[in-house]
Write a protein that binds this ligand. Structure first.
Ligand SMILES: Cc1cc2nc3c(=O)[nH]c(=O)nc-3n(C[C@H](O)[C@H](O)[C@H](O)COP(=O)(O)OP(=O)(O)OC[C@H]3O[C@@H](n4cnc5c(N)ncnc54)[C@H](O)[C@@H]3O)c2cc1C
Length: 423
C-alpha cells in the first residue's frame, strides 16, 4: 500500500545509496531517519574512483572474463585475488557468478544495468548543482587505455555492448592519447574514449553535502549500529547500539555489503558478496591526468581527485572481517608510478572498501519479499555511485505508490530491478 506523505521511514546505511534515498524521501515529505554506525559516506562510498559510467552495461561475469579467472584468483598481484582461506566461503557465490556468464543471463543483466544507469550523468550534474557543490562534477570523458590491439580485443564484448546501448566511443592511437593526456607512459598505444562520461572529484564530500542537504530539509541522522530489524504488526523498529528505536512505518536497508547480515534473520537470503577494492591516493600528482583514465589491461582507474591523484581498483574476494591487505594497494602504486612520471617521491595514503556485489552485477532495488514495508537497495557493486540517484528515485516512487520515475529518454527507471532476482 502506498505510504502517506508524512510516513516515518528509517533508512539504514548512509553511503551514497542510503543518503540519496533519504534525501529523495524527505523531499516528498516523509519523516526520515538516516541511521549509520559511522558518519555519512565513510563506507565504500568514501574512496571510490568517482566515475559516472552509464556505458558500463556489461556485467562482470562474461565468458571471456571467466577464462582468465582461475589463473588470476590466487595471484596476489592480479586485478582479481581470492585468498585461499576464504575460498570455501566464497564458493557458493562464485558458482552463481560463473552461472551468470551464460549468454542469455548476460544479455538480461545488460538490459537491467542500462535501465538503472539511464540518465545518470545528467542526474549527478543536477544534484551537484542543487547541493551547491558544482565543482565536484567534471565532464571530460573517460579514456580507457590498452597496450595493443590484442589487449583491446579481450574487452571486445564490453565495447560491443556499450555500442549496442548507444554509447559512442572513439578509438585513439598513441598520438590521440597524448593529445588528451600527455603524461601517459609508452606502455599505452591504444585508447577508447567515451567523451560524455563524467567524474565526481570527491565522492566523500559529495555524500557529506547530500547529508547536509537532508538535515537542512528536516531529516534526522542517527549514529547507531543496527543489529536487528524488528517487525511488530505494521510497525518496524531497529534494535541497535542505542537499544530499540522508535517505530517506523517503513524501513529501507541500504547498508551496502553489510545488508545481507541485516536481512538474513528475516529469512531473506541475499547472494551478496564483498568485492574488496583498494585505492592509493598520492598527495599531489593530480596534474598527471585531467580526466578519468582507465588502465584497462590492469583494471585500474586513475582520477584527478580534489585531494590528489587517486589510483583505484582490484577485486579481492576476502570477506567483511579480514583487515586490508597492504600488498593490494602497493600494486596500485607500482602500476601508477610505472605509467606516470613524477609520482615516485609523493607521499601516499591507502584505503580499502567493500563493494556490495551480486553474482550477475545487477543491484537489488525494490520491496523485500514477504515483508510489508521493508525495502532493499543494495548490490550496486562497481557502480553504486553511478546508480545511486536512480535507485533513490525508484525507491521513493515505489514507496509512495507513484508511477515509476522516468529518465529523460522515457525508459521506465529500474523497473526490472524491482524483481526479486538474487533473493
Ligand atoms: C576501489 C573502488 C572504486 C570504485 N569506483 C567506483 C566508480 O568509479 N564509480 C561507481 O559508480 N562506483 C564505484 N565503486 C563502487 C561504489 O563505491 C559502491 O558501489 C558504493 O559506494 C556502494 O554504496 P552503498 O551506499 O551501497 O554502500 P556503502 O557506502 O558501503 O554504505 C553502507 C553504509 O551502511 C553502514 N552500515 C552497514 N551496516 C550497518 C549497520 N548494521 N548499522 C548501521 N550502519 C550500517 C556502513 O557504515 C556504511 O556507511 C568503487 C568501489 C571501490 C571499492
Amino acid at each position: 500500500m502506498a505510504a502517506p506523505s508524512n510516513a516515518r521511514v528509517a533508512v539504514v546505511g548512509a553511503g551514497i545509496v542510503g543518503t540519496s534515498i533519504a534525501l529523495a524521501l524527505r523531499k516528498r515529505g516523509a519523516q526520515v531517519t538516516l541511521v549509520d554506525r559511522d558518519e555519512p559516506g565513510r563506507g565504500c562510498s568514501f574512496g571510490n574512483s568517482g566515475a559516472i559510467s552509464p556505458g558500463s552495461v556489461a556485467p562482470l561475469a562474461l565468458p571471456g572474463v571467466l577464462a582468465s579467472v582461475p589463473g588470476m584468483l590466487l595471484d596476489d598481484e592480479s586485478p582479481l585475488y581470492l585468498p585461499l582461506r576464504y575460498l570455501p566461503r566464497a564458493l557458493p557465490w562464485l558458482a552463481r557468478f560463473v552461472a551468470s556468464a551464460r549468454p542469455r543471463t548476460v544479455q538480461a543483466s545488460a538490459r537491467k544495468l542500462a535501465t538503472i544507469h539511464a540518465g545518470a550523468i545528467a542526474a549527478h550534474e543536477a544534484m551537484t548543482r542543487e547541493l551547491g557543490v558544482p565543482e565536484l562534477f567534471l565532464q571530460r570523458g573517460h579514456l580507457h587505455l590498452y597496450p595493443d590491439a590484442q589487449a583491446l580485443a579481450k574487452d571486445a564484448t564490453g565495447w560491443r555492448m556499450r555500442e549496442a546501448y548507444g554509447f559512442r566511443s572513439e578509438r585513439l592511437d598513441r598520438a590521440g592519447i597524448l593529445a588528451l593526456e600527455p603524461n601517459v607512459g609508452e606502455r599505452y598505444q591504444l585508447g577508447m574514449y567515451l567523451a560524455d562520461h563524467a567524474t565526481i572529484l570527491n565522492p566523500f564530500r559529495y555524500v557529506q553535502a547530500m547529508a547536509r542537504a537532508f538535515t537542512a530539509a528536516g531529516g534526522r541522522i542517527e549514529r547507531a549500529s543496527v543489529s536487528r530489524l524488528l517487525q511488530a504488526g505494521a510497525q518496524w523498529s531497529l534494535q541497535g547500539s542505542g537499544g530499540s528505536g522508535p517505530g517506523y512505518d517503513h524501513v529501507v536497508v541500504a547498508a551496502g555489503a553489510w545488508s545481507k547480515e541485516l536481512l538474513a534473520p528475516l529469512g531473506i537470503q541475499l547472494a551478496l558478496e564483498s568485492q574488496r577494492g583498494y585505492h592509493l591516493q598520492f598527495e599531489g600528482g593530480r596534474d598527471a591526468v585531467s580526466r578519468t583514465v582507465v588502465l584497462a589491461d590492469r583494471k585500474v582507474f586513475v582520477t584527478p581527485m580534489e585531494g590528489g591523484l587517486r589510483v583505484g581498483g582490484t577485486v579481492e574476494i576476502g570477506g567483511l572481517a579480514a583487515p586490508p591487505d597492504p600488498r593490494r594497494a602497493a600494486v596500485l602504486g607500482r602500476i601508477a608510478r610505472e605509467t606516470f612520471r613524477g609520482l615516485a617521491t609523493l607521499p601516499t595514503r591507502s584505503w580499502m572498501g567493500h563493494r556490495p556485489c551480486m553474482p550477475d552485477s545487477v543491484p537489488v532495488v525494490g520491496a523485500a519479499p514477504g515483508r510489508a514495508n521493508l525495502w532493499i537497495a543494495t548490490g550496486h557493486g562497481h557502480l553504486g555511485l553511478t546508480d545511486s540517484l536512480n535507485t533513490a528515485q525508484w525507491i521513493a516512487a515505489a514507496l509512495f505508490g507513484e508511477p515509476p520515475a522516468r529518465d529523460a529518454t522515457g525508459v521506465e527507471l529500474a523497473a526490472t530491478c524491482a524483481s526479486q532476482q538474487g533473493i
